[in-house]
Design a protein around this ligand. Structure first.
Ligand SMILES: O=P(O)(O)OC[C@H]1O[C@](O)(CO)[C@@H](O)[C@@H]1O
Length: 173
């Protein structure tokens, strides 16, 4: 795995060597706790092994779904609130140029990604539906519990729109 290098050369004008050495002890302890799962809250650190230890079959299913959406949709509506949508938003933000989402369809390599389900504003949903227009769209619902009110409302609205546009069976694929 590629290693991340921390270049603190410029910090040396402000922080003395002995201060950095003191911090090293703390860094070593935290590093060991994270790697060995011995620290407080270690049950929440499964993400550390994600780059190498993950469900490969599930990953393949996600990649196949992404390819299908890229081939048949101009818009992907990501429904979720809080941590359940900010992960995808962060990944999209760091992988794309800033205004990628605002480019015309023929200048974007991937579908426009729009977000829903993070409020109960009917105006927001109406505006979003207007932006989608008559373009083909897909929906990705992200919810750990499946019971959160805001995404549950958005899911019902977009499920209805998908069924009206593609029929009950077509809406599922
Ligand atoms: O993923 P769920 O179950 O819809 O829950 C969403 C909630 O979970 C959190 O992501 C974390 O508690 C909140 O920010 C958000 O309101």
């Amino acid at each position: 795995m590629a290693r991340i290098k921390f270049d603190y050369t410029n910090v040396k004008n402000f922080v003395n060597d002995h201060e950095l050495a003191q911090m090293q002890t703390m860094v070593n302890t935290v590093d060991r706790d994270l790697r060995e799962g011995t620290g407080v809250g270690s049950e929440m650190t499964g993400w550390i092994k994600l780059p190498t230890d993950y469900d490969q079959a599930e990953f393949a299913r996600i990649q196949a779904a992404a390819k299908k959406i890229q081939s048949d949709s101009k818009v992907l509506v990501v429904i979720g609130i809080g941590g359940s949508y900010l992960g995808s938003r962060a990944a999209i933000d760091f992988l794309h140029e800033f205004y990628n989402n605002h480019l015309p369809d023929d200048q974007r390599e991937f579908p426009q990604v729009l977000f829903a389900g993070n409020s109960i504003s009917p105006a927001y949903i109406n505006d979003l539906i207007k932006v989608i227009g008559d373009r083909d769209f897909s929906v990705n619902v992200i919810s750990k519990s499946g019971t959160t009110t805001e995404p549950a409302i958005a899911f019902r609205i977009f499920k209805n729109l998908l069924e009206r546009k593609y029929g009950q069976e077509g809406a599922k694929s």
